[in-house]
Design a protein around this ligand. Structure first.
Ligand code: AR6
Length: 167
């Protein structure tokens, strides 16, 4: 049993894995950023399933089909909106990663890709988010047992450097 971690720069919609994690909102209504990119590339089947899920609380995650994406599932995780750091943002971000891994494991996924949840439109500083993302996902995958590949996909070269430093 082993957990392997990769940190790469790129577009998460083009990475072939069993499960792609999305940085969604509580309504699972779609939006901008990585959420918009996933719905555009995956097609309408993803939104059709999202509508039936009744939303998702901050810190939780729910799965749908991956539609036309090179994956079996999209796991819609809801990270916190940044309010300065003293409103439980760290714990809620950790919870979003933990729940994403748990849902992926329940669906028998061995490879999972993650965007930098909450660090775009939701404003969470990436230097603070990166160690939370890495340590929480790694711990959750380790706790689940089995062989797992975790791929952290960063959009910019600068974000990739932050993740490399946190590793
Ligand atoms: N591949 C990988 N990373 C990406 C991509 C992509 N194609 N596109 C953007 N990113 P954000 P949030 C990066 O704003 O902060 C949406 O409207 C981006 O550079 O997508 O959790 C939702 O519906 C950043 O580093 O998510 C919610 O309402 C990271 O993905 C809200 O935004 C996350 O940025 C969620 O905000």
């Amino acid at each position: 049993m082993s957990v392997e971690v990769e940190v790469v720069q790129g577009d998460i919609t083009r990475i072939a894995v069993d499960a792609i994690v999305n940085a969604a909102n509580e309504g699972l209504r779609g939006g901008g950023g990585v959420d918009g990119a996933i719905h555009r590339a995956g097609g309408p089947a993803i939104m059709a399933e999202c509508r039936a899920l009744g939303g998702c609380a901050t810190g939780d995650a729910k799965a749908t089909t991956a539609g036309d994406l090179p994956a079996r599932h999209v796991i819609h995780a809801v990270g916190p909106v940044w309010h300065g750091g003293d409103r439980g943002e760290d714990d809620l971000l950790a919870s979003a990663y933990r729940r994403s891994v748990e849902v992926a494991v329940q669906l028998d996924c061995s490879s999972i890709s993650f965007p930098a949840i909450s660090t775009g439109i939701y404003g969470f500083p990436i230097e603070r988010a990166a160690p939370i993302a890495l340590s929480t996902a790694l711990a959750a995958a380790g706790a689940a047992g089995g062989d797992r590949l975790l791929v952290f996909v960063l959009f910019s070269a600068g974000d990739l450097e932050v993740y490399r430093a946190a590793l």
